[in-house]
Design a protein. Structure first.
Length: 268
């Protein structure tokens, strides 16, 4: 596992965006062999999205031959609902880049056949040869996508009920009304995440410190799903100094020594 420690969220976002751009360009994707990504919704990727959009607008990056899957979706919300992840991703990312609509694949929260939707989603990912780069956030309890503590480490895309802590945490997106938060979601599974060729997690702020500590220094445990990344051959976590507040000082020094973070000089 690589741990990229930056001073703050802005520099985390810049590092993540630069890395995504590098991976897309290095792949030299074509229509017949696209670069396949998975992206999350939520606050963690917003800074990265803004910088990727800026790169596109400056003519430095194209998403014409990029395929994108999302990580999860609330059950029962329409794509037009401003609380849906479908709406979030189009508003904050897809509408501002040159990605083809046919290359965007999002879980359908309005499905009436959960098993069929989830099985088809897994099959669609495999049809592209798998995910080249999966980008995720991390919950304060260590969840990734909606794989909360207790999730099977062998899980696949499925429907599941949210626990009370997640509902409470997500209430901030629903006017702080806990009752307005959907209780069920569709989510890719932990095994689906582990199948990705590379995984990049963005973790910022002291709210993520406990989860990051368990992910990096703790053992692999389904009560902290993010810890499974210790078993991934190409996993990296991009974090800021606040998120490392519960790591041992020697752990922080080790990762900083192993990979000194120097932001690239950007042309004005």
């Amino acid at each position: 596992m690589r741990l990229i420690i930056s001073p703050d969220y802005d520099q985390c976002s810049q590092w993540a965006a630069d890395y995504v751009a590098y991976k897309i360009k290095a792949a030299r994707p074509t229509e017949s062999k696209p670069f396949v990504m998975a992206v999350p919704a939520g606050s963690s990727p917003l800074g990265m999205f803004e910088r990727l959009i800026n790169m596109f607008r400056k003519g430095k990056l194209s998403f014409q031959n990029v395929v994108i899957f999302n990580m999860d979706e609330y059950v029962g919300l329409s794509p037009e609902d401003e609380h849906s992840y479908h709406y979030f991703l189009w508003k904050n990312f897809f509408d501002h880049i040159d990605i083809k609509k046919k290359n965007v694949h999002l879980l359908n929260g309005q499905t009436t056949d959960f098993a069929k939707e989830c099985t088809a989603y897994e099959k669609l990912i495999r049809s592209y040869g798998g995910i080249d780069l999966l980008i995720g956030g991390i919950g304060g309890d260590g969840h990734i996508a909606f794989n909360e503590p207790g999730s099977s480490l062998a899980s696949r895309t499925r429907v599941k009920a949210l626990n009370k802590n997640t509902i409470k945490a997500n209430a901030r997106f629903f006017g702080n009304d806990i009752n307005a938060v959907p209780k069920n979601v569709l989510t890719i599974g932990i095994a689906t995440i582990m199948d990705a060729k590379e995984v990049m997690i963005i973790a910022s702020g002291d709210r993520k410190a406990n989860a990051l500590q368990h992910a990096v220094e703790g053992g692999i445990n389904h009560m902290c799903p993010i810890s499974i990344l210790q078993m991934h051959p190409h996993a990296l976590i991009v974090c800021d100094d606040e998120a490392t507040s519960e790591l041992k000082a020697e752990t922080v020094r080790l990762f900083k020594d192993n990979e000194e973070v120097k932001m690239p000089q950007r042309k004005k």
